[in-house]
Design a protein around this ligand. Sequence first.
Ligand SMILES: *Cc1c(COP(=O)(O)O)cnc(C)c1O
Length: 422
Amino acid sequence: MKKSLFKFDPEVFEIAVSDLTRQQNYLTLIPSENFASHAVMQAQSTVFANKYAEGYPTARYYNGCDHSDQIEQLAIDRAKALFSAEHVNVQPHSGSQANLAVFHALLSPGDVVLSMKLDHGGHLSHGLPQNFSGKYYDIVHYGLDPETERINLETVSQLAQKHKPNLIIVGASAYPREIDFAPWREIADSVGAYLLGDVAHIAGLIVGGVHPSPVPYCDVVTTTTHKTLRGPRGAIIMCRQELADDIDKSVFPGLQGGPFMHAIAARAVAFKEAAQPEFADYQKQVVTNADALSSRLTRNGFRLVTGGTDNHLMLIDLTSVSEKLSGRQAANYLEDAGIIVNKNTIPFDSRSANTTSGIRIGTPMITSRGMKEKEMVQVADLITETIENRRRPSARQQVKTKVEKLCRSFPIYEGIDQLLWS
Ligand SMILES: *Cc1c(COP(=O)(O)O)cnc(C)c1O
């Protein structure tokens, strides 16, 4: 029982260390990734991982839950303060689970849901045919305006009038522009629909004051805790008090059994971190960096969807490089050069989600490493060098050497040895 991971299971240990090395030596530009603090990681590996605590604070189906009650209540109180939310459920295991819980709480199978098209930036849990959302609900999608590549509220409003949805979802996984939530409330009210704000990507920006909050306008708001919010993997659901019971019952016992108390402990720590002034500085820098990165990429000749970004992410339209270059190819070339991005469809893409004509990049992770505008110019130039010389493997190797040098100057964890084997 006393043997450390290193001693007992060197196989698992080695693989974990290898990924630590990868995270350290590669530039991760995936906008949904970040790295959680040492304190968050520590909280997540506490003995709360051993506890069953089905139910909610002071109303559990198991005994021995005093400390689980304390930790969950702390997480709830901190999340409520952070987002100025009336009610928060901190138990969902992931963002998709959180959305599923909202559907399950507010809708019946067959009800109409109006959400963003997946290949225009929406999420799987907003109606992909293979996903629960697409299987059990009648999904109607709004897309982006072909001229502006932005959401056209006029179109959303018309679709709402026509289809009379029971639920409207605002929020996306690949939308580079600010969302003003107020008009969405009006559209939802005009047809008597519930309004769900899914801010999985931008929750950190909202807390940091660099993006408007959906909380005053939406009936329910979901977010993951591991993207810009920089906590452990997981999600929370926020709602108005009158929906609290329905949401809570939908999560447990509706969909989940025992909550992951260790993850909830780590979420509590992340919410405390997010309430610090430094967190707002970080979020400002994420946006400043994204702006710097997008300007330089544009100067280097890439076309960005909507021409730039207001938030933490941007989409490169690779057809501006070559009609032949797909997102999948570009992402693989970049990985070879030490840069991790993900392929992503661009609005009105002629390629499938598996091939794509775009790549999605973002600044949360590299900003957590401490990089600023000056490094964004370097990062943009490294991407450009890789794509321009994509037919020469030696060029990718040269970029990789530069990437590793840059990464060494901005380590992801200090004192990492302790993190893994303390
Ligand atoms: C990431 C994301 C989710 C879901 O996250 P998982 O934790 O991966 O299930 C939900 N909605 C949006 C908009 C997202 O970007």
